[in-house]
Design a protein around this ligand. Structure first.
Ligand code: BG6
Length: 493
């Protein structure tokens, strides 16, 4: 049994760092960022000299802020007093208000003071965890308040990490890129997609390129189709302010699903530097075929029953919401390797369970000697119960020859001792280290939005029927019929 390397990574080798989080009182901070940082602290993954500056509008002290987070967080169950005391040594809460620019000049002083005692220059890292509407304001404030000016001898560059959603269409993503690139160079900007930080998503490149078994077969000669399914059990209530104006396509296709698709479909990069990895992903994203005249036959939209009421309750007024909480899409990649291979992509809220899977369906043997040959299917179980499965034909013991489709399973829990690092821990650590490989480059984001815009800004999009589905099942029946028409069925049940 191999050991996961979470305990062997030495954060103490990292240079002195001040990490500033804007939006520190929000859900993302409470449910993902602070739990990840606390966990990293207990595994010695934070730099030896480290300060965490949490910026919010609410008037907290550092201690009352941590108490607030511990109460609010749906993830942190309890924190031992010793751990809390240790973490409080790093933590500085700062009241910052975008309507009060002087509060950020005060923040610049706080940061400079952290560097003063030992005259030690710190890496200055900024995490934009606010509402996306505030990203532009934060960027400008960083520039005008002196926050970007580290101590004089400092040669290291400031880094900024920008949360999703990165824009709400191509135009807004382009403007945000332009704004960021006015103040920072591309190697200072970390656009996050937390799916890229999931262990099983990182494993896609390894399985594909570290095994000579798969790559020769990874093309339209041997692969019949690919399915990427993200089933979610939760509904959208609680996030209506964001979700009702976003919908499943912008919320999931633009980032998580297209990122997984790029990793499944890309060519082998020349090496493992962020430039070459991202160049290869970009080629896939740019080669996505727009639906054009196939619009209605390649896309299904759905909405769970009860959603419209949840949306109306949130808005405190009656009204019908046309937002899709489910989509199924047949996409093609216009590259020689993938000619004619459909990629079935879908996600939905309020489905039967939480499950993310990518299944690669190979073609059946051209001629099968035996009765009952089935196509091989390689399934990456992204979450939960992380695993890779291979469906393969075997003989059932006994007289005669009868076939059995066996499942060769490589399960993470069986294979690896110890903990699997969480996506945010991995990405925060990469951010601290200055490793951009798992982050998204400006051209990738824009290529993804271009494809998504070709769907959501097409006048036919609004006219497509919005099929209702009951919560607890896996989407509208029309999505099953959509597969029936291609003589296929969803692999992920
Ligand atoms: C977020 C989406 O980016 O990812 C949510 O906005 C979604 O709608 C979430 O629920 C899913 O993340 P995970 O890691 O729980 O699969």
């Amino acid at each position: 049994m191999a050991k996961s390397d979470i305990h062997t990574h030495i954060g103490h080798n990292l240079p002195p760092t001040v990490l500033t989080i804007f939006g520190a009182t929000g859900d993302l901070s409470a449910d993902y960022l602070l739990p990840a940082l606390l966990h990293m602290d207990s595994h010695h993954l934070l730099p030896k000299t480290f300060k965490l500056v949490c910026v919010g509008r609410k008037p907290f002290t550092s201690k009352s802020y941590l108490d607030f987070i511990l109460k609010k967080s749906r993830v942190i169950k309890k924190l031992a007093p010793a751990k809390k005391a240790k973490f409080l040594k790093y933590l500085v809460y700062h009241v910052g208000d975008f309507d009060r620019p002087e509060s950020f000049i005060e923040l610049a002083k706080v940061l400079a003071d952290k560097e003063k005692p030992k005259h030690e220059c710190h890496n200055r890292l900024f995490y934009f965890a606010t509402k996306p509407q505030q990203f532009a304001a934060i960027t400008k404030i960083l520039q005008t308040s002196g926050l970007l000016m580290a101590c004089a001898a400092h040669e290291r560059k400031v880094r900024v990490l920008v949360e999703k959603p990165f824009g709400f269409n191509l135009k807004s993503a382009q403007s945000l890129n332009q704004l960021l690139l006015k103040y920072f160079s591309e190697d200072q900007i970390y656009r996050i997609d937390h799916y890229a930080g999931k262990e099983t998503v990182q494993n896609l490149m390894v399985v594909r390129f570290a095994n000579s078994l798969f790559e020769p077969l990874w093309n339209n000669r041997f692969i019949d189709h690919v399915e990427i399914s993200v089933l979610e059990k939760d509904g959208a209530a609680g996030r209506m302010g964001y979700y009702d104006s976003t919908g499943a396509i912008k919320d999931f296709l633009q980032n998580h699903i297209l990122q997984m698709l790029a990793l499944i479909a890309m060519d082998e990069p020349y090496n493992l530097t962020s430039q070459f990895i991202r160049d290869e992903k970009l080629k896939v994203l740019k080669a996505l075929e727009t639906l054009k005249e196939k619009f209605a036959s390649h896309l299904i939209k759905g909405q769970y029953e009860g959603y419209a009421k949840e949306a109306a309750d949130f808005r405190k007024e009656e009204g019908v919401s046309g937002t899709e909480t489910y989509f199924a899409l047949k996409a093609y990649i216009n590259l020689p390797r993938w000619q004619g291979v459909p990629f079935y992509l879908r996600t939905g809220k309020r489905l039967s369970k939480k499950l993310t899977q990518i299944s690669v369906h190979f073609r059946e043997p051209v001629r099968c000697l035996f009765e009952g040959c089935s196509a091989n299917v390689l399934t990456f179980q992204i979450q939960p119960d992380e695993a890779v499965h291979l469906q393969i034909n075997n003989k059932i013991p006994g007289f005669g020859i009868k076939l059995h489709q066996a499942d060769w399973e490589f399960g993470y829990k069986m294979a690896f001792k110890g903990e699997i690092p969480g996506a945010y821990e991995r990405l925060l650590l990469d951010f601290l280290e200055g490793d951009q490989r798992l982050f998204i480059r400006s051209d990738e984001i824009e290529a993804a939005w271009k494809f998504v815009d070709s769907i959501t800004e097409n006048p036919q999009f609004k006219k497509l029927p919005l099929y209702k589905y009951r919560g607890g099942i896996n989407g509208p029946k029309e999505a099953d019929e959509f597969m029936d028409k291609d003589l296929k069925e969803w692999w992920t049940k």
